[in-house]
Design a protein around this ligand. Sequence first.
Ligand SMILES: [Zn+2]
Length: 260
Amino acid sequence: MPEWPELRAWSGQAQQALQGAALDRIETQNEKMLNLPLEALNAAVRGRRVRQVRNMGKWMLFELDEGLLGLNFNMGADFCLDRRPMENTRLQVFFADGRVFSIRFWFLGYLVYGRSLALCPALASLGPDCMALSKEDFCALLKGRRSLKNLLLDQHTLCGIGNFYLHDLLFLAGLHPARQAGSLSQAEKEGLFEAMHALFERAAAQGGAAYEHDLFFQSGHYRQSFVGYKERQACPRCGAPIEKIKLGASHVYLCANCQH
Ligand SMILES: [Zn+2]
């Protein structure tokens, strides 16, 4: 599932490639991924120019000269920006210059339109982008009795962190995923903020995870994993075996010796 680093890398590409481009039309065989009937969506976006492309958490936002489009890849997608649509895609965004952004979601994805961010419920309900937060604001969100895992993955609290990077993020910060968020000391909260910036900036600079493809169908280069998906392998810091434990609805990987 693409997370902040992938969305940052891809949004940067889309910004370079599409800034100023005029939209022609959107085509889809599955209107369930839209928040408006296709006809109304096309009436809203036809002829609009892309002012800026940026990511907000796991969403790619196309800010138009009027209104905005939000694209969410959900579990992941194959997609491509080219002069010809990619085959077997469920969603195509055609530009007036003949290019087409085709997207084949692995699972249902979303394309939503709003006159503004605040007028688009799917986007307005998101918490702040995890990397746009100041250290002070980030630390202020770490409160209450929820586990760190649940809080950090809750896109309505802060958006951008997902299951792939979570394990390594908590390992780098030396924090146990089951810790109650409100139990962290100020130094631990700040350490988590620093770890997130180090991890996400490095992964985004490498184009995101190696198992994902970008707009031009090139793989990312980020392959590093400290504890994520490494059950029973040696912890890179202390050598103890990495554990996989069930926490809430899913599993987390951790070194019980290094994470408290
Ligand atoms: Zn360890």
